[in-house]
Design a protein around this ligand. Structure first.
Ligand code: FES
Length: 192
């Protein structure tokens, strides 16, 4: 039996229909993934934030004289959050101010993230004026980290810290949780 013209055109149209169906399914899958992946990323980041950050030593407590603010640079090799491709950008730092001992004889510190709370530039400490100043847009902070003036929306971020006697060390050391750029939603205000 010979095929009619109608049969032939039906045979030609069928593969095209299948192709279009597959193409529609593929585009649908890509669109779904494009919507879902950022959501998964957000959830994964939230879970990672909840995980305990590693602690790093800033040295013995005696290295921080009372009433002085000291910059501690954290080299990329000491930054547990550094990735091999980060290079020098993994270098960060904190400002440490020893506040002395409280009534229960416990050492007290303010450990500030170095990043300005405006857009993250590293702030600089000026002991003569007792102020932190940001070179980028003129943000100013008091020695206790409170915002003094300029565009920053709040004071400096406080890092989580603890004093611990290491098994090998002769005196207690100051530890902080590995610093990362905090956000207004996650402000590192809890003490460790
Ligand atoms: S980044 Fe510090 S004032 Fe803008």
């Amino acid at each position: 039996m010979t095929k009619t013209t109608e049969d032939r055109s039906e045979l030609e149209v069928k593969p095209r229909r299948v192709f279009l169906k597959l193409l529609t399914a593929l585009l649908g899958a890509i669109a779904t993934a494009a919507i879902a992946i950022p959501g998964f990323g957000y959830l994964a980041a939230a879970v990672a934030r909840r995980k305990e950050q590693p602690w790093i030593s800033l040295g013995p407590v005696s290295a921080f004289p009372p009433g002085e603010t000291r910059l501690k640079v954290i080299k990329p090799s000491d930054n547990p959050l550094a990735q091999p491709w980060d290079g020098i950008t993994a270098q960060t730092g904190v400002y440490v101010r020893y506040l002395g001992r409280d009534e229960s004889y416990q050492d007290q510190f303010n450990v500030f993230a170095i990043n300005c709370t405006h857009l993250g530039c590293p702030v600089e400490w000026f002991p003569q004026s007792g102020l932190f100043m940001c070179p980028c847009h003129g943000g100013v902070y008091y020695e206790n980290g409170d915002r003094a003036s300029g565009p920053p929306p709040r004071g400096l971020y406080l890092c989580v810290w603890k004093v611990k006697q290491d098994a090998n060390a002769t005196e207690p050391h100051l530890f902080i949780q590995a610093p990362f750029l905090p956000t207004l939603q996650h402000t590192l205000t809890d003490k460790g």
